[in-house]
Design a protein around this ligand. Structure first.
Ligand code: NAD
Ligand code: 0WE
Length: 257
């Protein structure tokens, strides 16, 4: 039921082998999907090309999600090469480093704008581009990645928490809009994982330890575990699930004191 044989997918958000989006790409490829994988800027092109050598006949494309022209190019190439699209994985997020260090009340207008553009608006832009290609296939599945900082205050998560709240609300509005076309839209809210986006965040090790101490499963989660949950939402197994935020965090979200 988590078979993706004959399906095509777009993966946005691979930076390196530790990226959550890369774990999902590997799982989708192992389940039989053919993938388009994008990279953000030339800095990451070689990484993504090297990793993607292990995939079957991948389409590698540039995509800075702040650039409507690059997004349009991605979908025109997918239409030309694949003729349709069955799923999209959105794993792009960014806030300027200073915004994750200064008190939240100091959030700048430009920091807010950029964080919400990259981390939330981009899901809407990708969904709009994907929808016609998914409609041609009779439906599809769109998946994004979020964090509990959307609902609760985590020290220093700051404007990213606001961006994730906007992202999760966008999941629900997109699900309502695209549901009649058979397109499902969901998010996985993952527990903390030491990826590139987590490196350089001071105190990240203590966040991981806090989850080990407090989460019901008394451990953190791995990218491969997020990827297995993603296979459920992307595949026919999840065909009745949309507008959902699936917690893959060892149960941490349920704890009080
Ligand atoms: P990562 O650094 O590997 O992935 C983040 C990606 O965002 C990178 O590939 C980067 O290139 C991309 N990105 C940033 N700006 C972009 C732009 N302008 N255009 C296109 N792409 C851009 O880190 P990750 O932890 O795998 O993050 C993936 C997703 O998972 C993010 O949405 C993140 O918020 C979310 N998430 C991460 C954790 C965690 O603890 N690592 C937990 C929950 C959710
Ligand atoms: O979504 C994220 C991280 C997103 C992120 C990380 C960075 C670091 C480097 C966005 N932008 C940037 N910008 C940079 O310059 N996570 C869920 C991981 C994360 O980040 C935190 C966390 C957790 C958990 C930041 C502060 C507190 C907790």
């Amino acid at each position: 039921m988590t078979d993706l044989a004959g399906k095509t997918g777009l993966i946005v958000g691979v930076a390196n082998k530790r990226s959550i989006a890369w774990a999902i790409a590997q799982a989708a490829s192992a389940s039989g999907a053919r993938l388009a994988v994008t990279y953000q800027g030339e800095r990451l092109e070689e990484n993504v090309r090297d990793l993607s050598a292990s995939l079957t006949d991948p389409l590698i494309l540039p995509c800075d999600v702040t650039d409507d022209g690059q997004i349009a190019h991605v979908f025109s190439e997918i239409e030309r090469e694949f003729g349709g699209l069955d799923f999209v994985v959105h794993g792009a997020a960014f806030a300027p480093r200073e915004e994750l260090a200064a008190p939240f009340v100091q959030t700048t207008r430009e920091g807010f704008r950029l964080s919400l553009d990259i981390s939330a608006y981009s899901l809407i832009a990708l969904a709009r581009g994907a929808a016609p290609l998914m409609e041609a296939r009779g439906g599809g599945s769109i998946l994004t990645l979020t964090y509990l900082g959307s609902q609760r205050v985590f020290q220093n998560y700051n404007v990213m928490g606001v961006a994730k709240a906007a992202l999760e609300a966008s999941v629900r509005y997109l699900a309502a809009d695209l549901g009649p076309k058979g397109i499902r839209v969901n998010a996985i809210s993952a527990g903390p994982i030491k990826t590139l986006a987590a490196s350089g965040i001071s105190g990240f090790s203590s966040i991981l330890q806090h989850y080990r101490d407090r989460a019901p499963l008394r451990r953190t989660v791995e990218t491969a575990e997020v990827a297995e949950a993603a296979m459920f939402l992307l595949s026919p197994a999840g065909r009745a699930v949309t507008a959902e935020i699936l917690m893959v965090d060892g149960g941490y979200h349920a704890t009080g004191m």
